[in-house]
Ligand binder design. Structure first.
Ligand SMILES: Cc1cc2nc3c(=O)[nH]c(=O)nc-3n(C[C@H](O)[C@H](O)[C@H](O)COP(=O)(O)O)c2cc1C
Length: 470
């Protein structure tokens, strides 16, 4: 029996095998076994279509030359480059085709192989590449797309763009582009606030280039935090979709009302009662609903987040202000209450700062309005789907079930907010979705996900329920 040595196969086939095996999560040897088995079973053509050989052909010769639904994604050399792979996945979930271009620095953080495995297309890296430059590939990469997204857009890339440099593939594409460009800047807060970066960002905006983010948050550098964190992949998707002609908009025409963040209940003009809610989950839901085409109003307590693009954001402080904001935003088709509203407020907040020395101030607490129950029990103007959150530290499902019955809403997303879970203020969440069907309650356990993924799943579930599959 002849033996096959993969090492001795020609380079195009080896590259194709590596790509296929990475995509399918198998070793190269196992991939070869699968291909042979499928061939012997008659499931594939005798000659497999080598992706590498296909990639080596001039772009002109490819079957898919239309720019509709196509994005060129330029990945810059920042620590957030790893999130660009998730961004590709999110864009593809919306049936958009993504071609990745990696700068030299980007390849220090993610590999072209990973980018092509996730995108399902060749990833481009070099300007002086004889295979793709046979027909001026950088011009095609700039033009055969509806939109160019740069994520992460590093300080260096932004500086090059602002000055019209074109000494590598990414900058040459950006200079040759005729269509829209969307940047997702990501850098250390000091780099972002540097006068040179500020000038460059202003210049780029004047040149008609759109920016999404950056956001305020934790930096990769230990102990650093501030403005410079890349917008989350779903925020970038939402921003990108504004430029695309054909994307699924399952919630288009729907009015969605969302609350987020904590409330601050005043004790006196300088002190307040608050909680640890960051608002991330509610903001992520707002971005996902916007991306799904909804008309979104977000009523938020005090948070350090920027409103997602295209979402109407109303910032409030206290529970009573939040209720007013919610009522003013009605009617809505769907209401999602993700805010951690304080249950109590101080009955008589001091008009002047309370002073020490007069004994302990008598802080009498009274109940705040129950926004979820109020809206779920409206006779008129009740949204057709009212969804609440149950943040619990013990007996999660029992407490959430009781809350669902008590409040009169349709669904509850129960999450464990004990200190050990890291949910409050963190980036990930484990959700149990409770739905009321008459007297019955069903519980669906979701795996640990990022708050953006939770938002995306929730919006998809809402769309399915309303008969508008995503
Ligand atoms: C570990 C590490 C992380 C970095 N992260 C960033 C970043 O987040 N943003 C940024 O603008 N530059 C960052 N840099 C610096 C860029 O990599 C450098 O400026 C590079 O030239 C950018 O290349 P580009 O133009 O291909 O993006 C980082 C450098 C290192 C070594």
């Amino acid at each position: 029996m002849a033996s096959l040595t993969i090492r001795k196969l020609d380079d195009a086939i080896k590259a194709d095998l590596r790509l296929r095996s990475a995509k399918n999560g198998r070793s190269v040897e196992e991939e070869v076994r699968v291909i042979l088995r499928e061939y012997l079973d008659g499931r594939t053509e005798p000659a497999m279509r080598p992706a590498a050989a296909e990639a080596a052909a001039p772009l002109r010769e490819r079957a898919e030359t239309t720019s509709e639904g196509r994005i060129t994604l330029i990945i810059g050399g920042g620590i957030a480059a790893y999130k660009a792979l998730d961004l590709v996945r999110r864009l593809k979930e919306r049936h958009l085709r993504v071609r990745c271009v990696l700068t030299d620095a980007a390849q220090q953080f993610v590999t072209p192989l990973a980018a092509s495995a996730v995108s399902g297309e060749r990833a481009y890296t070099a300007l002086f590449d004889p295979t793709s430059e046979l027909d001026a590939g950088h011009i095609r990469l700039a033009r055969d797309c509806e939109l160019i997204v740069v994520a992460p857009a590093t300080a260096d890339l932004m500086a090059k763009m602002a000055h019209g440099l074109a000494d590598d593939l990414a900058s040459a594409i950006l200079l040759a582009a005729k269509g829209p460009i969307l940047l997702a800047p990501a850098m250390n807060p000091v780099m972002w606030s540097n006068a040179a970066t500020r000038r460059n960002a202003e210049q780029l905006k004047r040149d008609g280039i759109a920016l999404v983010g950056p956001n305020t948050g934790e930096m990769a550098e230990k102990g650093e935090r501030g403005l410079g964190r890349m917008a989350e992949p779903l925020e970038i998707v939402a921003a990108a979709e504004r430029f695309m002609r054909k994307t699924a908009k399952p919630l288009s025409g729907q009015r969605v009302l969302i609350t987020a963040g904590p409330t601050h209940e005043p004790i006196d003009p300088v002190r307040y009662i608050a909680n640890r809610s960051s608002g991330k989950q509610g903001f992520a839901i707002a971005a996902a609903a916007k991306a799904a085409g909804a008309d979104v109003t977000l009523i938020s307590g005090p948070v350090e987040l920027e409103g997602p693009i295209g979402v109407t954001v109303v910032f409030v402080e206290s529970a009573r202000q939040m209720l007013k904001g919610v009522e003013a935003a009605l009617p809505a088709d769907i209401a999602i209450f993700a805010a951690a509203v304080a249950d109590w407020r101080v009955a008589h907040a001091g008009e002047q700062k309370l002073k020490k020395g007069g004994g302990m101030p008598p802080l009498q607490l009274v109940e705040n309005p129950d926004i979820l129950a109020r809206i779920a029990n409206l006779k008129e103007k009740r949204p057709c789907l009212v969804i609440g959150f149950a943040a619990e530290t013990e007996h999660l499902i029992d407490n959430a079930t009781a809350k669902l019955r008590r409040k009169g809403c349709d669904w509850i997303l129960a999450n464990d907010v004990s200190a050990a879970s890291g949910v409050m203020g963190g980036d990930r969440n484990t959700i149990h979705l409770l739905k009321r069907n008459g007297a019955d309650i069903s519980v669906e356990d979701w795996p640990l996900m990022s708050k953006e993924e939770v938002a995306f799943e929730l919006v998809a579930e809402v769309a399915r329920t309303l008969g508008k599959p995503a």
